[in-house]
Design a protein around this ligand. Structure first.
Ligand code: ADP
Ligand code: MG
Length: 445
C-alpha cells in the first residue's frame, strides 16, 4: 500500500513537472495552489479552492495530471478533482488580504455582483465577454476597457464581477475598485492633509484600476487632471484600467480632449437597453434565488413585458411583490401584482406617441411622412396610413376622434374603418401580419 507520505512525495514531483510544462506564470497563478486532499484505495483527490478554479484547471490540465499520477504507481486507479472550500486560494492570499486592508482606497465588493449572477443576452453579450476577457487574462490586451450604458443596466455589477474574478484567479494582483466620486473625495482629502504623495503612491501601485461612473469627474478640473496622470502612469506600466460611464466617451461633456481620446484607446463596450428575453431571464434567475416563494410564470412574463426601464426597477418590483406576499401570506398572482405595483406600472407605461408611429410606419413603407395627413387616397399611401391608425389605436390610449385629428383631421369612422380593415387583412395576408409584428416590436422597445 502506498502511504500518504509517499503519495504526497509523488504529488510534489508531479507539480515540479507541471511547473516545467506550464511555465512560471500559469504555474504560480493556477497550479501551485492545487492540493492533494485525500488518498485511499487507489483514489486520488486533487483539491481546488473554488468552483471557478476547478473549472479552469480540469479541462486544461486534468488529463495531464491524471496521466502523471497513473504513470507514477500501479496502485493509483483514479484521479478526481474536487472543490475544497476550506483551502485558502494560495500561499499569497494571506499576504493579499492584508494588502487589501491596507488599501483604504478600494471600496468593498458586493458578493451578489459576480459573473455567475450576470444574465447575458444580445444587449450585453459583447460587454460581458470583454469584461470576462479582462478579468481572466493578465496580458492587458486592450486598455482601457470602457463599459458604458444607462442607469440600472448592470455597469456596477460587471465592474464588481471583474474585480471578484481577478482576485479569485490571482489574489496577488492588486485590484483597486472605487467610484469616481470616491476618487475625487480621496484626492481632495489628500490635498487638504498634504498627503498627495501617499495618494499617488497608492493608486500607482495598483495592478488593475477600476473607476465606476467616471462621468462624475466631468467638469471637475483638478480631479480630472489627477485621474489623467494616474491613468497614464498605469498605462505606461502596462497595468489594466477599467472604467464605467453612463455615456460613451465621445458624448462626455466637460472632459478634456486628451482624456476623452485616451478613454477611446482600448475597447468601448456598450450595455444596450434590455430586451424582453433578457428581462425574462433575469427575473427567472432572481425568482429562483428567492426561497419559499411561489410566483406564477404569468406574473414573471407580465413584469418582463411591463417594466422596461431598467433592471434595477425590475428587481425592485420583484422584491416588492415578494415582500407583500410574505406579509399578507398570499401567493403572488397576476391580479395582486397589478395592485401592488400600480405606480411602477404606470411610470413604465409605453409612452409611444402617434407622431412616432407615423414616422416609423412611413419609414417602413417608404412613403412620405406628410402623406399620413394628406388627403391622397392612392393605395400606396392609404395602406400605410391605415396601418398607422391601427397601431395608434393599439399602442396609445388615444380615442378614435383624437387619432382622426392627427391624421389630417379625418373622421373617427375613418379610423374605425382602418382598424377593422387592417384586422381582417392580418388574418388573410401574412405579409401584412409580419409587417405589423415588426412595427409593433420596433415601437414597443
Ligand atoms: P448600473 O451600475 O448600470 O446603474 P447596476 O450594476 O447597479 O447598474 O445594476 C442594477 C441592478 O440590476 C443590480 O442589482 C444588478 O445586479 C442587476 N443587474 C443588472 N444587469 C444584470 C444582468 N445582466 N443579470 C442579472 N442582474 C443584473
Ligand atoms: Mg452603477
Amino acid at each position: 500500500m502506498l502511504s500518504s507520505h509517499v503519495a504526497e512525495k509523488i504529488w510534489q514531483q508531479i507539480k515540479q513537472q507541471l511547473s516545467k510544462e506550464a511555465g512560471k506564470t500559469v504555474y504560480n497563478n493556477w497550479l501551485e495552489s492545487l492540493k492533494l486532499v485525500s488518498f485511499s484505495d487507489g483514489k486520488i483527490e486533487i483539491g481546488s479552492h473554488s468552483d471557478f478554479h476547478k473549472n479552469w484547471i480540469e479541462p486544461r490540465y486534468g488529463n495531464r495530471i491524471k496521466s502523471l499520477w497513473l504513470a507514477s504507481s500501479d496502485e493509483i486507479k483514479s484521479v478526481i478533482f474536487v472543490v475544497d472550500k476550506n483551502m485558502t486560494s494560495s500561499s499569497g492570499s494571506k499576504k493579499q488580504s492584508k494588502k487589501f486592508n491596507n488599501l483604504p482606497i478600494s471600496s468593498p465588493l458586493d458578493p451578489r455582483y459576480k459573473f455567475e449572477k450576470f444574465v447575458v443576452g444580445p444587449s450585453n453579450d459583447f460587454v460581458a465577454a470583454a469584461a470576462q476577457r479582462v478579468a481572466e487574462t493578465e496580458d492587458v490586451a486592450f486598455n482601457p476597457l470602457v463599459i458604458y450604458g444607462g442607469v440600472g443596466l448592470g455597469k456596477t455589477h460587471l465592474m464588481h464581477s471583474i474585480a471578484w474574478r481577478i482576485r479569485e484567479i490571482n489574489p496577488n494582483r492588486q485590484v483597486v475598485y472605487l467610484s469616481a466620486e470616491k476618487f475625487m473625495y480621496q484626492f481632495v482629502r489628500a490635498l487638504r492633509q498634504q498627503e498627495t504623495m501617499v495618494f499617488k503612491e497608492q493608486f500607482r501601485s495598483a495592478d488593475v484600476l477600476m473607476v465606476d461612473d467616471v462621468q462624475f469627474i466631468a467638469g471637475k478640473d483638478s480631479t480630472q487632471e489627477e485621474f489623467f496622470h494616474t491613468f497614464n502612469a498605469l498605462v505606461d506600466q502596462n497595468k489594466q484600467i477599467v472604467v464605467s460611464s453612463d455615456r460613451s466617451p465621445a458624448d462626455l461633456e466637460g472632459i478634456e480632449e486628451r482624456l476623452r481620446s485616451r478613454l477611446g484607446w482600448g475597447i468601448v463596450a456598450e450595455i444596450h437597453q434590455t430586451t424582453y428575453e433578457l428581462r425574462l431571464g433575469i427575473l427567472q434567475a432572481k425568482a429562483d434565488d428567492i426561497k419559499n416563494c411561489e410566483i406564477e410564470p404569468k406574473v414573471i412574463e407580465f413584469l418582463a413585458h411591463k417594466i422596461t426601464s431598467n433592471i434595477r426597477e425590475l428587481e425592485g418590483a420583484l422584491k416588492r411583490l415578494v415582500a407583500h406576499s410574505q406579509l399578507v401570506g398570499r401567493p403572488i398572482t397576476l391580479e395582486n401584482t397589478q395592485d401592488v405595483l400600480h405606480d411602477l406600472l404606470r411610470a413604465n407605461d409605453r409612452r409611444v406617441t402617434i407622431e412616432e408611429i407615423q414616422k416609423k410606419v412611413a419609414e417602413h413603407f417608404n412613403t412620405r411622412l406628410s402623406d399620413m395627413s394628406s388627403p391622397r387616397r392612392a393605395r400606396a399611401v392609404a395602406r400605410p396610413r391605415q396601418v398607422a391608425m391601427y397601431l395608434a389605436k393599439q399602442l396609445t390610449s388615444r380615442s378614435l376622434p383624437e387619432i382622426g385629428r392627427k391624421f389630417g383631421g379625418r373622421d373617427h369612422t375613418t379610423v374605425m374603418h382602418a382598424v377593422s380593415r387592417i384586422e381582417s387583412l392580418m388574418n388573410s395576408d401574412s405579409a401584412i401580419a409580419d409587417d405589423l409584428e415588426l412595427l409593433k416590436r420596433m415601437l414597443d422597445s
